[in-house]
Design a protein. Structure first.
Length: 254
């Protein structure tokens, strides 16, 4: 087998969705599950399916998994998950292992074993929903690492506009960092310190979870939401008129 293969071990709903997402991004995905029925049911989501018991180290070795770019252990059964990860480590796999944990105890065991990247989907989703509920926030909140998240905000607070980013005091006031700015459908990355944010811009920010509420308030203000929409529409109209004039000028020049 060649490099640049992504192995997913455990093809329940979680593993099948992972396989589908990776495949849709043009990556080669090999799925492993101990149930042939599960392999057959989700076959459209991956390139190859292998039915074997990954808790048996010889069976796992025979799949060629040690040559993978990345292995995602998506097994829901805690004991099988731990045994599979132990086998991967014993086989000397040195690539990227991402493991799904059922709870914090499971996560702690995997971490002690040496698995570096562990996710607890139920807890992470619950935390994001809680943040959305607390701040009445419609956008998705994504976990970066424990205690830190990123999200997208549409700027509707005039107080955050027409000021150079270096003078906004983001780290001092809300302990946040702007990762991207989308202005007139153009992405600015990296964000320059002299950039000024405008109403209707979409900013992607990173901040500690406990600062998320203040970050939302800093960039958004419900009383300015309608104003922001009007300003955005007005600006878009101006851009369209400018483009029409520019195109006419070019045609005359020809």
């Amino acid at each position: 087998m060649v490099k640049n293969e992504y192995f997913i071990i455990g093809c329940g709903k979680f593993g099948a969705q992972l396989a589908s997402t990776l495949s849709s991004n043009g990556l080669q995905v090999i799925a492993i599950d101990k149930s042939q029925e599960v392999i057959d049911r989700n076959s459209k989501n991956y390139d190859y399916g292998i039915c074997t018991d990954t808790t048996d180290i010889d069976s796992l070795r025979d799949t060629g998994v040690t040559k993978a770019t990345c292995i995602i252990v998506a097994i829901s059964d805690i004991q099988d998950s731990i045994m599979t990860c132990a086998n991967l480590i014993e086989l000397g796999f040195s690539g990227n292992i991402i493991a799904r944990a059922q709870n914090m105890v499971h996560k702690r065991i995997l971490k002690t074993m040496g698995v570096q990247h562990i996710t607890v989907p139920e807890i992470e989703v619950a935390n994001r929903v809680a943040l959305q509920a607390m701040y009445r926030f419609d956008e998705s909140v994504h976990s970066l690492t424990e205690g830190f998240s990123w999200t997208r905000l549409t700027v509707s607070n005039r107080a955050a506009t027409d000021i150079e980013i270096k003078d906004l005091g983001l780290r001092e006031k809300i302990q946040s960092m702007i990762l991207f700015i989308k202005h007139n459908n153009q992405i600015e990355f990296p964000v320059k310190p002299h950039t000024k944010i405008s109403l209707g811009d979409i900013v992607t920010i990173m901040c500690p979870d406990f600062c998320l509420g203040n970050a939302i308030k800093f960039f958004t203000d419900q009383s300015f939401s309608n104003v922001a929409k009007k300003e955005t529409k007005k600006l878009q109209k101006q851009v369209r008129i400018k483009n029409k004039i520019s195109n006419k000028t070019k045609r005359k020049g020809k």
